[in-house]
Design a protein around this ligand. Structure first.
Ligand code: IPD
Length: 272
């Protein structure tokens, strides 16, 4: 049965409240000491007790507040809930930047987005140790601390500071490193900060000029990509495809084509 979805503003309000509570849990657990609970795709792809605790906390809150909604989370997946037409699906990364969390590097975030009919309409990314909080609604702009965000106005790829990241699979990392080695002579510099959601938000306020990465999951990019888009970046994949696991490119309109074409030449979406 078709349902009427709440407005994107209402969904954002819920997302922000839950992300703040989740960030408080992650922060407290880090202060108490971090332990690796398990590994996933490779031995360096870790899950901490906090990843699980934060995801469980948000799942419980959503079940209470919005029992009919579906949830896709990094640690526990999609569960059983089907998304009805007009229904809401929440996309959660309990801690994006888990390796930074493990090492105490101040660049890890709770990322929570709400999707209606396959379109992300609201999202929040909260950098846990700094308290920076980026929000966006579809058509309603991207914001941090009451300030509307605009992306970089850089037009020359040679002057652009470009963020990127690496997956956990060693073969994929080797391919990604080859791409970076060929790209770096053509840009100002490269940053690998370690949390894709935050990277996208930094691009939204021009603290990075652009960002790209192969291999991102929906939870890594759903909220951050909305923030970036609403700040004026073009967010897409190669050859007119939407951004997805093959490649996410987020760049201001003037930088998009030059960066896209370089990445296409370097086969950035190829390899394992
Ligand atoms: C990772 C981070 C990292 C990116 C990886 C992601 P996780 O997410 O976003 O910056 O390069 O591709 O898997 O594992 O910390 O949630």
């Amino acid at each position: 049965m078709e349902r009427t979805a709440p407005s994107s503003g209402e969904l954002l309000e819920i997302a922000v409240e839950l992300a703040r509570d989740a960030a408080a849990t992650a922060y407290r657990m880090r202060a108490e000491g971090v332990s690796v609970a398990a590994t996933k795709s490779t031995v360096t792809d870790v899950v901490t007790a906090a990843d699980r605790a934060v995801e469980t906390q948000v799942l419980d809150a959503l079940r209470r507040l919005r029992p009919a909604d579906a949830v896709l989370g990094e640690e526990y997946g999609a569960g059983e809930t089907e998304v009805a037409a007009g229904g809401v699906r929440w996309i959660l990364d309990p801690i994006d930047g888990t390796v930074n969390y493990l090492y105490g590097l101040p660049h890890y975030a709770v990322s929570l987005a709400a999707e209606v009919d396959g379109e992300v309409v609201a999202g929040v990314v909260r950098n846990v140790p700094t308290g920076e909080e980026w929000t966006a609604t579809a058509g309603g702009g991207a914001w941090r601390d009451g300030r509307r965000l605009r992306c970089s106005t850089e037009t020359d790829l040679g002057q652009a500071l470009v963020g990127t990241g690496f997956g956990y699979d060693p073969k994929r990392r080797a391919h990604q490193a080859r791409v970076v080695a060929e790209l770096i002579p053509h840009v100002r510099d490269i940053r690998r900060l370690g949390a894709a959601a935050v990277d996208l938000c930094l691009a939204a306020e021009g603290r990075l000029d652009a960002y790209y990465e192969k291999g991102l999951a929906a939870w890594d990019q759903a909220a951050g990509a909305l923030v970036a888009t609403e700040a004026g970046l073009r967010v897409a994949g190669l050859g007119g495809r939407p951004a997805g696991p093959d490649l996410v490119i987020a760049a201001p309109p003037a930088l998009f084509t030059p960066l896209h074409d370089r990445l296409a030449d370097l086969d950035a979406s190829g390899g394992p």
